[in-house]
Design a protein around this ligand. Structure first.
Ligand code: TYM
Length: 334
């Protein structure tokens, strides 16, 4: 089976974008057909100003949500990044492989660095993609299911793996990103030219971001108030009509239908499209909310899953990271 790795940052509450762009496929597809690992990447959350208690709370919540969404710990490995030291060990070798220039060119670095200007940009924000590459490469990953915004980081990971292998011998597997056919980039409902993001939640009081644990009425309100475009006819045009196209993407993704442009033809007005989209999202999230409530009442169970997951992950990563250490010329500890 193919080896799959993917992760989610505990920097905020998980969003509909995280779900449709990534988590849902992990649940519906990858865990069944691949040898898959899914990780709450908590070390990545320290690259921006953070509150320790909040990161801890959000890490547990993210792990609980992954299970609530349907990841089955019997079928895949669910764990927390900081519980497995191999990520940081390999990250250092990736920093020794990457150049400063290619790190600076990352779109996410440029965006986040601009936002963090006042608080001071952390060095780890620049080196973030080296850690992300290590996350992926430590496991000999073939496929990385992500939303569109992470494709550039996976490309860089490929470059680093190829460069490392050329210099030191074939130790690393060169992975590829896989991006969903619809909803690879869910946009903010209040600002459909920007990505719906966990940390963009303050824009317009968060009215454009649907969180997985939002109450049904909050979901309805957010979708019904989504910014639409000039004109009244429903057409699928991501450049000229980004607001409407976003609703069509979300509706198509919720229905498991790959054809947002075809859906557009069924609607004569924005109102009907919004109503159907709102109900589809509410329905999609209902089960996740219910299971989350059950699991959150049993933190011991979640901790047990994470402990077992970390142990399994460590066993998988250790030999490859040891081999990488040896390949670059470090003296084996024996
Ligand atoms: P993160 O935590 O921002 O997002 C988790 C996953 O959700 C996808 N995603 C979206 N998809 C569609 N529309 C959106 N609006 C949207 N917002 C987020 C992301 O593409 C991602 O797949 N750097 C990563 C975390 C990471 C990682 C890794 C991922 C660290 N190491 C190794 C894969 C492999 C991140 O910040 O994702």
């Amino acid at each position: 089976a193919a080896r799959v790795f993917s992760g989610v940052q505990p920097t905020g509450h998980l969003t509909l974008g995280n779900y449709l762009g990534a988590v849902r496929r992990w649940v519906d597809d990858e865990q069944y057909r691949a040898d898959a690992l899914f990780c709450v990447v908590d070390l990545h959350a320290l690259t921006v100003e953070h509150d320790p208690a909040r990161v801890r709370r959000l890490s547990r919540q993210a792990a609980t949500l992954l299970l609530a969404a349907g990841l089955d710990p019997e079928r895949c490995t669910v764990f927390v990044q900081s519980h497995v030291d191999e990520h940081v060990r390999l990250s250092y070798l990736m920093e020794c492989t990457a150049g400063v220039g290619e790190m600076r060119r990352m779109v996410q670095f440029k965006e986040k660095a601009a936002r963090e200007e006042a608080a001071g940009v952390r060095l780890s924000l620049l080196t973030y993609p080296a850690l992300m590459a290590a996350d992926i490469l430590a496991y000999g990953t073939d496929e990385v299911p992500v939303g569109e915004d992470q494709a550039q980081h996976v490309e860089l990971t490929r470059d680093l793996a190829v460069r490392f292998n050329r210099r030191y011998g074939r130790v690393l597997v060169v992975p590829r990103a896989s991006v969903p056919p619809v909803a690879a980039r869910v946009m903010d409902l209040q600002d459909p030219r920007s990505k719906m993001g966990k940390t963009a939640a303050l824009r317009n009081g968060g009215a454009g971001v649907v969180h997985l644990l939002d109450e049904p009425d909050a979901v309805r309100r957010k979708v019904m108030r989504a910014v639409t475009d000039g004109g009244t006819d429903v057409v699928y045009d991501r450049d000229e009509r980004p607001g409407v196209a976003n609703l069509l993407d979300v509706l198509a993704a919720c229905r498991g239908d790959g054809d947002p442009a075809g859906l557009a033809e069924a609607y004569g007005s924005y109102g009907a499209l919004k109503r159907d989209t709102a109900e589809a999202v509410v329905e999609l999230l209902r089960l996740v909310r219910e299971r989350h409530a059950e699991l959150a009442a049993d933190p011991g169970y979640v901790d047990g899953v994470l402990r077992a997951g970390a142990e399994r992950a460590r066993g998988m990563a250790r030999p490859r990271v040891d081999a990488a250490y040896e390949a670059v010329g470090l003296l084996p500890a024996g």
